[in-house]
Design a protein around this ligand. Structure first.
Ligand SMILES: [Zn+2]
Ligand SMILES: [Zn+2]
Length: 145
């Protein structure tokens, strides 16, 4: 991750508040089947590393959507709060939670191979297939061991 900023936001009902100490200024989008099923469309997220704090934590429900990741949402209003990688605790947060002009840019799309044909973003982005994402992730894990 290159540039980061501190950013804050909340869910729709306002009972869960989030502060990300190091949010990336560049955001991305996931077209995978799980994200589209969860949110009804492609999921626009921003990487927030592991330094995320919550207020109203008692309302956060977590669903393990795969062996490697879990998804959090507000039990009161249903807003999606995060996609979190189990091995690293790294957060990818929905861009719409954040107030102000964050994130600043939309730069990448992942699981581009799972994107349905009925939509296309016009933004010029760096696009990766599911296979490329898993390869990148495996490389990162090796680097950390
Ligand atoms: Zn809520
Ligand atoms: Zn996805």
């Amino acid at each position: 991750m290159n540039n980061t900023v501190e950013a804050s936001g909340s869910c729709l009902c306002g009972k869960v508040k989030v502060v990300a100490a190091a949010m990336a200024t560049e955001s991305g989008c996931c077209h995978c089947g799980s994200c589209r099923k969860w949110g009804g469309g492609p999921m626009m997220t921003v990487e927030c590393n592991t330094e995320v704090s919550f207020e109203g934590e008692e309302l956060i429900r977590v669903y393990a959507s795969s062996d490697w990741a879990e998804r959090g949402f507000c039990a009161n209003c249903g807003s999606h709060l995060f996609y979190r990688l189990k091995p690293t605790g790294q957060y990818y947060m929905p861009v719409g939670l954040f107030d102000g002009d964050n994130p600043r840019q939309f730069t990448h799309q992942v699981f581009i191979d799972e994107k349905p044909d009925y939509y296309d973003f016009a933004n010029r982005t760096h696009n990766l297939t599911g296979e490329q994402i898993f390869a990148q992730f495996a490389e990162q894990q090796q680097g950390e061991n």
